[in-house]
Ligand binder design. Sequence first.
Ligand SMILES: Nc1ncnc2c1ncn2[C@@H]1O[C@H](COP(=O)(O)OP(=O)(O)OP(=O)(O)O)[C@@H](O)[C@H]1O
Ligand SMILES: [Mg+2]
Length: 273
Amino acid sequence: MSESNAVIRVEGIRKTYLMGKTEVHALQGVDFTVEQGELVAIMGASGSGKSTLMNIIGGLDYPSSGSYFLDGIEVNKLSKNELADVRNQKIGFVFQGFNLLARTSAIENTELPLLYDRKNRFKNHREAARKALERVGLGDRVDHHPNELSGGQQQRVAIARALVTTPSIVLADEPTGNLDSKTTVEVMQLFQELNAEGVTIILVTHEDEVARYARRVVELRDGQIIKDVIQQPDSAADDVRDLLARRKAAQDLEAEALAGDAATTNQGTLDAG
Ligand SMILES: Nc1ncnc2c1ncn2[C@@H]1O[C@H](COP(=O)(O)OP(=O)(O)OP(=O)(O)O)[C@@H](O)[C@H]1O
Ligand SMILES: [Mg+2]
């Protein structure tokens, strides 16, 4: 079933939750294919089904009907254990709230998914974790605990943890939702770099400011895809550079103003004396 390069193939997926006697139709017939190497942003209003779709793609939840193929494997047909292995080998997750263990260092957090490496694909867990942290630019922070890291650094640890198993795909649900705008652009720069190295990435966001860095934007409404477009993405690296230049210019201005103030104050003192 893998005649194309599709990492993800979702066909006619529906998901209905039962709340007491009421049915909630979270997904109402979604067809969706993601090729190897894509960077896709999934957008849509709150309640439109974004997380439901991500959870199904990530093998955290089953659809009510329809089929889902991951790297050509039909996920709905797997047993719980088989699904856990597929998830561990092929999917890396990044969440809005980072989900790091507080009393555990960056490198130990990054190593965690390797505990479930039942096929022993990795001989040296510590080394694999160190490489993943270096890849996200945190080679000098391996022993820091989450409370000793900035929000952006914590999210980069979470991204390292997602990458440590060398997954086919990284799924990120509102990865920048808890970050300020500068840190958001930095995290998007990292996603763009990883994507350029060949990592397939699907991220959920409700911000245009984030989606503009993706080459493909999919929009959900009421559990259906209403838009699926390819665009020329903005370069997050360029935006980080602009931000830094603007910040430097503002600091220079402030320094000049302060120097000016100091000069006038001195002048005032002299006049008074
Ligand atoms: N476990 C659940 N049980 C019952 N209903 C659910 C459950 N999870 C989600 N829903 C419902 O399914 C619909 C889609 O929810 P989902 O979490 O996928 O939305 P979302 O697009 O991720 O929204 P947000 O932007 O707020 O995160 C909503 O109406 C929600 O109330
Ligand atoms: Mg959600």
